[in-house]
Design a protein around this ligand. Structure first.
Ligand code: IDP
Ligand code: MG
Length: 141
């Protein structure tokens, strides 16, 4: 058994649409626990750090702009292999391609062939989770 923590964000589209509770419901129903929970209005600097791996890509600036457009919910989830499990629960990056049953597949909408607004973020590795948790919840790191 590998108890992990992962950083989940309900992005501004999901938060504005009132989907935070639905995302948390799915996390808890799956058997993961919440280690931290908060509502943030992220700064551009915080988002540039969070998405540092994408710096220089064509979608980087629109992504940071979108993510700073409104409040987000930040959630640290905990449980056996929760990093991979939440990625599967979130579904493919593009909501149009995401499988039904996944968060993005069930709840995501494509906007002008733009995959930026895809409801949630989830850490993709142990290293990323540690790095991201330190950005959003420094007291936990
Ligand atoms: P992930 O969130 O599924 O891990 P990443 O490739 O890490 O996807 O991309 C980070 C975020 O950047 C995505 O969730 C999405 O919001 C946005 N994004 C990724 N690829 C594109 C793109 O091609 N166009 C616009 N936005 C994108
Ligand atoms: Mg990613």
């Amino acid at each position: 058994m590998t108890i992990e923590r992962s950083l989940v964000l309900v992005k501004p589209d999901g938060f504005a649409r009132g989907l935070t509770g639905e995302v948390i419901r799915r996390i808890e129903a799956k058997g993961y626990t919440l280690a931290a929970l908060g509502v943030f209005t992220p700064t551009v600097e915080q988002l540039q750090a969070h998405y540092a791996e994408h710096e220089g890509k064509p979608f980087f600036e629109p992504l940071v702009e979108f993510m700073s457009s409104g409040p987000v919910a930040g959630i640290v989830i905990e449980g056996d292999s929760c990093i991979r499990a939440f990625r599967v629960m979130a579904g493919a990056t593009d909501p149009t391609e995401a499988a039904p049953g996944s968060i993005r597949g069930d709840l995501g909408r494509e906007w002008n062939h733009n995959v930026t607004k895809n409801v949630v973020h989830g850490s993709d590795s142990v290293e990323a989770a540690q790095r991201e948790i330190a950005i959003w919840f420094p007291d936990l790191a």
